[in-house]
Design a protein around this ligand. Structure first.
Ligand code: ATP
Ligand code: MG
Length: 666
């Protein structure tokens, strides 16, 4: 039925402006004024609106109260019955000529600022709508087709409130393409009747995402796939489509599109504030060294006398074999961030590693696979079991997996990253629901080559993390080359910048850790003069296979030199050449004597030296000065090394190579 040429209720129907899912829009004229008339047929309406004639009028009465220059004005409404007895409802509204936002974006190539300004007007318009009446009006169908950009480039939002009256199940979607649903919030899919302004805020997020990327946050071919992804996978990071998107807007998008209502923006004013706020507070984090503590009970008991507030990292699977240490952690006598050691559970060997099997979340059969992690019911149980082990500690690391295990292939790298993010988000939600006040840290564990292969993809996911800190442990640093080091350092730097959260490089050799700190990274961690590197081999093979030697920290070389106790004399030339250590533990004594001591002097000496290094770094306020200071340190260490090598006092080794590589990256 084409109404052009007819006069209905005094309105002359002039032309069809277009049609959508549930109606046709005409240009009409009455008393010399032109309007747009939106027509709905009865069959698209919800039962309650069909049954009661004036209900739709009452609804439109409310919508008429909306008043904002960004909202199309609704003026009138009426119902007619045609000859066949079919009821048709009309809403007469302000006519706005222009392009829909979809067409406008296609026709004009806008700068980032222009897009953001447009989005700000849309935000103000929806905010006006939400504050229109005492109860507020929800739009319920925000999408680029319902935003008109007029000839003078001003924004008009149309179709607000109509979705409340429409029975979407009656609308047969002919095309396979997903149109409108992609803009709908997860809760709107679940129960469209009981939504609040945050559902509109979600849709605004999809609009903003679309404006900045030309794409949508989920890739889905069917509604079922969309609903699944909406509820259980992270969004495709917007920077994957457009690398130029400033981090600030990426963050805003993540918060607009949060699945959980409590994590989403609660108020439009706050979105506007965050957009306006150009100088996002960039934190400068104090430097810190976190000893990786596995069995150093006596060392820590002694060291606490020097530094009572030292904070260590403690892997939970040591709780059975290191009961004293564990009880020190439990009683907070020793402050610790507790690591759930979950990454080890993806390896067959975990059954042989003491303490792992008895963890509540350790699989009783097989290992943890990517397929497990993709399964929401698996994750739910995994997280709740993890929590049972973690609930009594003040500071905890969320469950994590080492990206890849024996059946890893490159094409599932993104899958591992996604499931890593899911674990983090879902564990955070779990803690929130429990009302937990614990400090929570995320952990990223991967191989250096994953970063070389796809650093930006990995970063685009992890930049959404919102925790109290993020640990990064990277396998393959022992044999790192120049290219890899560059990528690694940039990854850590960009991660801290993007998340504005403390980043801690876990299990890195001292000169690399201190280098990161000099660049402004918050912290690093390594074993207390024992295990310095993180290597997949350590979790992949039986730990007994690794002969962990004692190490003496040579401050001037920034190096932990390895020796077996009985052969300490081998390091004497270096010791004789360098300054004697006057720390409270070495007290300038002969190196051979220190090495022979069984009272962990070498470990205490190491902790003391490291904390001294940190103090110096924290004492330098100017970032450039900090870098310059450390460059000098490296340079002098390399010189001393060279002299020692020349005189035959030391052989070239990994540590020496690392210093060279770091220096070449400076
Ligand atoms: P949906 O049915 O999901 O809202 P849609 O927005 O594409 O989809 P309609 O709302 O029926 O479809 O709108 C059809 C066309 O009429 C669109 O091109 C829209 O830009 C235009 N239109 C809607 N309202 C007005 C108005 N007040 N003034 C001028 N044109 C309008
Ligand atoms: Mg519309």
């Amino acid at each position: 039925m084409n109404l052009v040429g007819n006069i209905i209720n005094g309105y002359m129907f002039l032309e069809v402006l277009g049609s959508g899912q549930y109606g046709v829009v005409y240009k009409v004229e009455k008393d010399g004024n032109v309007y747009a008339a939106k027509l709905f047929y009865e069959h698209v309406l919800l039962k309650e609106f069909k049954n009661e004639n004036n209900r739709i009028t009452r609804e439109v009465e409310v919508l008429k109260k909306a008043n904002s220059k960004y909202l199309v004005k609704y003026y009138d409404d009426f119902m007619i019955k045609n000859e066949a007895g079919v009821k048709a409802y009309f809403v007469i509204m302000e006519l706005c000529e222009g392009d829909s936002l979809t067409d406008y974006l296609k026709k004009n190539s806008l700068s980032l600022d222009e897009k953001v300004n447009l989005f700000k007007e849309i935000l103000v318009g929806i905010n006006d709508l939400h504050h229109s009446t005492e109860e507020g009006i929800l739009h319920r169908d925000i999408k680029p087709d319902n935003i008109i950009i007029k000839k003078d480039n001003s924004v008009k939002i149309v179709d607000y409130g109509f979705a409340k009256m429409i029975d979407f199940t009656s609308i047969t979607n002919t095309g396979d393409q997903i149109g409108s649903p992609i803009f709908m919030s997860p809760e709107q899919f679940r129960d469209s009747k009981h939504i609040d302004p945050r559902a509109d805020i979600y849709s605004l997020g999809v609009v903003f995402y679309y404006m900045l990327t030309g794409n949508y946050p989920y890739e889905a071919n069917t509604i079922e796939e969309l609903i699944y992804k909406l509820n259980s996978t992270p969004i495709i990071p917007p920077t994957r489509y457009n690398k130029e998107i400033p981090h600030k807007y990426e963050k805003i998008i993540y918060k607009l599109l949060a699945k959980k209502l409590h994590l989403r923006y609660q108020k439009i004013e706050k979105i506007l504030e965050d957009i306006e706020n150009n100088a996002i507070e960039e934190f400068i984090f104090e430097n810190y060294f976190y000893p990786w503590c596995i069995n150093e009970k006596t060392v820590m008991q002694n060291y606490l006398k020097e530094k009572a507030d030292i904070k260590v990292i403690f892997p939970i699977h040591m709780k059975t074999s290191q009961q004293t240490l564990y009880s020190m952690v439990c009683s907070s006598e020793l402050k610790a961030i507790v690591d759930p050691s979950t990454h080890r559970l993806s390896y067959d060997i975990f059954n042989n590693v003491g303490g792992l099997k008895s963890l509540k979340y350790a699989p009783t059969e097989g290992i943890i696979t990517l397929d497990n992690l993709r399964d929401i019911s698996f994750r739910t149980k995994y997280i709740s079991d993890w929590y049972d082990e973690m609930k009594d500690f003040e500071e905890i690391i969320l469950p994590y997996q080492y990206i890849s295990n024996s059946n890893y292939t490159k094409d599932c790298l993104e899958g591992w990253v996604q499931s890593g993010i899911q674990l983090i988000n879902e564990a955070c939600n779990f803690l929130y629901d429990k009302g937990s006040k614990q400090k929570k840290y995320a952990m990223i564990a991967l191989d250096i080559n994953h970063l070389v292969y796809d650093k930006d993809m990995i970063l685009s996911y992890y930049s959404s993390i919102e925790t109290d800190g993020i640990f990064v442990q990277v396998s393959g640093i022992k044999t790192i080359n120049k290219l890899q080091l560059g990528v690694y350092v940039n990854f850590i730097k960009e991660l801290q910048l993007a998340t504005n959260t403390r980043v801690i490089a876990l299990k890195v050799p001292v000169p690399l850790g201190l280098y990161l700190l000099s660049l402004g990274i918050h912290g690093f961690s390594c074993g207390i003069s024992a295990l310095e590197y993180f290597d997949e081999e350590f979790i992949n093979k039986d730990r007994k296979a690794f002969n962990i030697y004692a190490k003496y920290y040579f401050k001037e070389l920034l190096t932990l030199a390895t020796y077996s106790r009985s052969e300490a004399y081998q390091l004497s030339p270096a010791y004789d050449y360098l300054e004697k250590c006057n720390c409270p533990y070495c007290k300038g004594r002969n190196f051979i004597d220190i090495a022979a001591e069984k009272n962990q002097t070498i470990s205490l000496h190491f902790l003391h030296c490291l904390c001294e290094e940190i103090e110096i770094l924290n004492g330098i306020v100017d970032p450039d000065e900090k870098i310059a200071y450390y460059k000098n340190r490296i340079e002098s260490a390399i010189n001393k090394y060279n002299n020692l090598i020349k005189s035959g006092g030391l052989k070239k080794n990994d540590q020496y190579d690392l210093l060279q590589i770091i220096y070449s990256n400076m």
